[in-house]
Design a protein around this ligand. Structure first.
Ligand SMILES: Cc1ncc(COP(=O)(O)O)c(C=O)c1O
Length: 459
């Protein structure tokens, strides 16, 4: 039998030249987004004030199965891609499991995560349209860093609204973004209407992705030549992230492998949507039937305890409404350390697939996540981001089950990034001060109370 290498790198020539649009193979489509101004399904043109035109098109295009990746984007991808598919021999040995564990590692770039895959695409299309600046939000800081890198490369000024709790916990993230010339503002801030409103209600508000999105959208629509870009949730972001799954599938085919279980952490759903894309295609077209598992924090359980409903994508209620699993745009999650997973909603594509039974979800507690992160770091020598460690936890649990049943399952998980800027969280874990906050039903009800009413659709 051929020995599987520890790390399999595709060559540049083997890197996919097209992204894959999962919607083209979904028999039932996600429900359309609703324009809050008209309470009707939004059109592509409705999105032009917020997004650049090509991205608005990608957002609405549910039929083009494969989309060519422009040459300029491929050139930048090649600086840090193809990313390795790693066989976790050491972890398998440490767990004493007969399972084969593979992970796709996306942390090999300065932003430290998969976020750069979409940042490059979004900055490129904005530049191509002749826009003169961009705004965005960032939670953990990975997306803000990734977009700063991409904007610096394409020469576009960028303002990043960073969730205040992360801004304070991660001063060095700011410094990295500033290295790439980004203007970084702690959100909620006094620089926007919506920020001032949120602060008037709660002067100690530590922020959330939902607040930061509202501020970034407001700045984009009120600034000439400026547009907003989002690092997750949207269909276009899942499209760009499909490069992760496409590369993984090619690599696994080269090894004569196919995953029985595919696991990814889920914040807004972009890495998971990207990783599973070609495998979900197999599932949708009846070619294979892998299990697909989303892992979320117990503190922000959109899939496992949320409602499948129309909701705003932001706290300020200025974005279009999407049908998704949501905790309510008014839900402010506890300031737990996996900042990138603290979003109230979930990708409409993944929400639909979950709703229709094509995938599963589990919620895990923070201390168990850091136990897994620490064990993984020791044997695999990569210090994982807390977000990514959610997937590690679930993959380890799956492998431990195999030890008990003797099954030799093939497990593939997404290792989305590195955690060097998350040492406050690692320190809290080491010192035993980390808390496992789990919202009560009453806490969640407050968020559900903020769900919008849409005549004839959601009363
Ligand atoms: C390292 C890392 N992994 C995962 C996520 C979750 O995002 P998504 O669900 O869009 O992949 C984030 C978000 O910031 C992140 O920084």
């Amino acid at each position: 039998m051929k020995k599987v290498p520890h790390r399999l790198y595709l060559t540049e020539d083997q890197m996919p030249k097209q992204w894959y649009n999962l919607r083209a193979d979904m028999k039932e489509q996600p429900d359309p987004i609703i324009n809050p101004a008209t309470m009707q399904p939004a059109t592509e043109e409705d999105l032009y004030p917020v997004f650049c035109k090509k991205l608005a098109h990608q957002e609405m295009d549910s039929t083009t199965r494969y989309v060519d990746i422009p040459e300029e984007i491929l050139e930048m991808y090649k600086i840090y891609r193809p990313s390795p598919l790693i066989r976790a021999y050491n972890l398998e040995k440490a767990l004493g499991t007969p399972a084969k564990i593979y992970y796709k590692f996306e942390g090999n770039n300065t932003s430290g995560s998969h976020k750069l895959n979409s940042a490059i695409a979004q900055a490129y299309y904005a530049k191509e349209q002749g826009l003169t600046s961009l705004t965005t939000e960032t939670g953990a800081g990975q997306w803000g860093t990734a977009l700063s890198e991409a904007c610096a490369y394409f020469g576009l000024p960028l303002t990043v609204f960073m969730v205040k709790v992360s801004y304070e916990q991660k001063p060095f993230r700011k410094a990295v973004m500033k290295t790439f010339d980004a203007n970084v503002i702690a959100s909620p801030s006094t620089t926007t209407e919506v920020g001032r409103r949120i602060l008037a209600d709660d002067p100690n508000c530590t922020g959330s992705l939902g607040c930061a999105i509202s501020e970034a959208v407001e700045k984009a629509v009120s600034t000439e030549g400026c547009r907003y870009v989002l690092g997750s949730v949207l269909n276009q972001v899942l499209l760009h992230q499909s490069i992760i799954g496409l590369e993984s599938k090619i690599a696994m085919e080269m090894l004569d492998e196919y995953p029985d279980v595919i696991i990814g952490c889920a914040g807004g759903g972009s890495n998971l949507g990207g990783l599973i894309a070609p495998f979900m295609q197999d599932k949708l077209t009846g070619k294979a039937d892998p299990r697909i598992v989303a892992v979320e924090p117990a503190s922000c359980p959109s899939f496992t305890r949320g409602k499948y409903a129309y909701d705003f994508c932001d706290t300020g209620k200025i974005t279009p409404m999407a049908k998704m699993y949501t905790l309510g745009s008014g839900f402010i999650p506890s300031s737990n350390h996996a900042g990138g997973l603290r979003y109230h909603g979930m990708s409409p594509i993944l929400s639909k697939l979950y709703h229709d039974g094509y995938m599963e979800a589990v919620a895990v507690e923070q201390t168990r996540v850091f136990e897994a992160a620490t064990e993984f770091a020791k044997v695999e020598t990569i210090l994982p981001a807390p977000e990514s460690a959610h997937a590690i936890r679930a993959a380890m649990d799956e492998a431990i089950k195999c030890r008990e049943t003797g099954e030799t399952k093939t497990i593939l998980f997404g290792l989305t990034g590195t955690g060097y800027f998350d040492m406050t969280a690692y320190t809290a874990f080491q010192e035993g001060t980390m808390k496992d906050y789990i919202p009560t039903d009453a806490d969640l009800q407050k968020g559900f109370d903020s769900l919008p009413k849409i005549p004839g659709i959601q009363e």
